[in-house]
Design a binder for this molecule. Structure first.
Ligand code: CA
Length: 221
């Protein structure tokens, strides 16, 4: 899952980006509102973490501009503890949730998961296809009764494919979901990850569709 983090405080921005990456998210960090809007126009982020107190163009202005151009992707606003008016303004403009600084990191990731579930129309944090189940809260994969916590990118790969079983994702779409800007992506990185996942479970767990990409089939492999 790829997150756009908009935060002008360099210390907060870098440490939050690092913590999110360690938690298995792919993160792009930008420090001002105009760059944030550009980034939202260019890349396929799944969610935006938007600080409201930004220089020049405020977070509220970014949110308004994004919603005006029909950008409906989930946004969680980061507000000051006492910023109740801007919090209300943000929610009224279509933010999906807010979290007040300073916040507990685990609370933030729980809110991210909750917002993504609502957005995807899932009631629970479980995604299933055939014999395979992903628990997004614990990053646990269960296959034919055996559960384990998967290494970050293998989990992210399965998460991307299992958001909609049966739907094909191209190499570019998968790379987009798995890697942030400026990250070196080896040309065979996706193939290697798919190889690991197949070896771990079953070779048919991720199906290749020639010339198009990959998918997780809806039924049991
Ligand atoms: Ca700020």
């Amino acid at each position: 899952m790829r997150i756009l983090l908009v935060e002008d405080d360099k210390m907060i921005g870098r440490s939050l980006a690092l913590a999110l990456r360690q938690a298995g998210f792919s993160v792009d960090l930008v420090e001002d509102g105009e760059t944030a809007l550009q980034a939202m126009g260019q890349a396929d982020h799944d969610l935006v973490l938007l600080d409201l107190g930004l220089p020049q163009m405020s977070g509220i202005q970014v949110l308004r501009a994004a919603r005006q151009r029909k950008d409906q992707r989930p946004v969680i606003i980061l507000t000051a503890r006492d910023g109740i008016n801007e919090r209300i303004a943000g929610l009224d403009l279509g933010a999906d949730d807010y979290i007040a600084k300073p916040f507990d990191f685990n609370e933030l990731t729980a809110r991210i998961r909750a917002v993504m579930r609502r957005h995807a129309g899932h009631a629970a944090s479980l995604l299933s296809a055939g014999d395979l189940t992903l628990d997004l809260a614990t990053r646990t994969v269960t296959y034919r009764g055996t559960s384990e916590v998967l290494p970050g990118r293998e989990f992210t790969l399965l998460h991307a494919l299992m958001e909609r079983p049966g739907m094909i994702l191209s190499r570019a779409q998968l790379e987009d979901k798995l890697y942030g800007w400026g990250e070196e992506v080896e040309s065979n990185a996706i193939d290697v990850l798919i190889h690991y996942v197949r070896r771990r479970y079953d070779k048919d767990i991720v199906r290749n569709v020639r010339g198009a990409g990959w998918m997780v089939p809806k039924g049991s492999p």
